[in-house]
Design a binder for this molecule. Structure first.
Ligand code: DAH
Length: 350
């Protein structure tokens, strides 16, 4: 009994130095060694537990409790030191694995701007520099903005679901089939005078082939004023844009009569071009005519539908952006623009 008491008081007096050692253990291996020497099979605390059985009952209970408390404190200290070491290990690892993103990278290519994005930005900047407003409209439109306000009769073929993606069962909400709806939004929201363009995505229920895509891009231009505006203004505007886009000094343009419900008169316009090594070259000296887009003078019904009651004059036009890009870069197949071939993207990406 005497020996045991001495053992216990020795344990108690050594406890704080053990706890210190544990909390200072610099590694898992070191911590493990201390653990074994205390609570391992032949550890000091384990040994003390073994002596309990020789004690009288009362003393056994007393010393047993004390011993358990000592063991608990040791185990708690070991577990908190384990956590500390783990944390330290992780932060060391993170420190060593840090990537310096400011270091120069060799032979590495970063993402580029798609030809369409490049064109949209260039066209937008061109119009902004000429004092036009560049407006956006929603790609999910209502029947009113896409058709009705644009003077499109109830039974016009374009309204049919074989041409239009309706997104409700009521044929009231749709993916816009043209950017012309932004004209309407502009006139209703801003009134006149107005000089605006809108460049964006449009959708039609077309099969994807070399010249058609169910999603494509359009430019819509609109100029309206209280002062007279003529087809001459329209022609000059189109010529300026075409010569800007194709980076040519002169351009020859012609109008052909055509029909759009929202224009009167309505027309399509062509540009002179020639072919060189199979590539289209837009040039005023060309011997052929290339179809470029639709245009016309704004129909009085459209003004009325937009709540414009005073005398107003205006022209509008629509041009396919994808087609412009294909002509400029000699791209034969519209699918190339959308099928994300990384070699193609690398070649044309800016
Ligand atoms: N929205 C027409 C289309 O998608 C293009 C168009 C034609 C726009 C004549 C116009 C216009 O503004 O006046 O085919």
């Amino acid at each position: 009994m005497l020996t045991s008491s001495i053992e216990f008081s020795k344990l108690e007096s050594e406890l704080s130095s053990w706890l210190d050692k544990i909390s200072e253990a610099p590694s898992f291996a070191e911590l493990d060694k201390i653990k074994t020497s205390l609570v391992g099979k032949s550890g000091a605390v384990t040994a003390a537990f073994k002596t309990l059985k020789d004690l009288p009952t009362e003393e056994k209970k007393n010393q047993g409790e004390k011993l358990n408390k000592i063991k608990d404190r040791i185990e708690n200290a070991i577990s908190s030191q384990t956590k500390k070491l783990e944390k330290h290990l992780i932060s060391e690892k993170l420190k060593n694995e840090t990537v310096d993103i400011t270091l120069p990278v060799e032979n590495e290519r970063f993402g580029g701007l798609h030809l369409i994005t490049q064109a949209v930005r260039t066209i937008r900047d061109y119009y902004l520099s000429r004092g036009f407003r560049v407006l956006d409209g929603p790609e999910i439109e209502t029947d009113f903005f896409n058709f009705t306000a644009l003077n499109t009769p109830e039974h016009h073929p374009a309204r049919q679901s074989s041409d239009t993606f309706y997104i409700d069962g009521l044929n009231e909400t749709l993916l816009r089939t043209q950017t012309s709806c932004v004209q309407i939004r502009a006139m209703i929201n801003e009134g006149i005078p107005i000089r605006m363009v809108s460049i964006g995505k449009t959708y039609r229920n077309d099969k994807l082939d070399a010249t058609h895509s169910p999603m494509f891009h359009q430019i819509e231009g609109l100029v309206v004023d209280k002062k007279p505006i003529s087809i001459g203004h329209l022609k000059s505007e189109l010529m300026k844009f075409i010569s800007f886009f194709f980076e040519i000094k002169d351009v020859a343009i012609r109008f052909r009569p055509s029909f759009f419900p929202f224009t009167e008169p309505g027309m399509e316009f062509d540009c002179r071009y020639t072919k060189k090594d199979g590539k289209i070259i837009v040039t005023p000296n060309g011997d052929k005519w290339l179809e470029m887009g639709g245009a016309g003078m704004v129909h009085p019904n459209v003004f009325r539908n937009c709540g414009i009651t005073e005398q107003a004059y205006g022209f509008a036009y629509g041009i396919g952006v994808d087609r412009l890009i294909m002509i400029k870069h000699g791209i034969q197949d519209i699918r190339n623009l959308f099928d994300t071939d990384s070699r193609w993207l690398r070649y044309y990406g800016l």
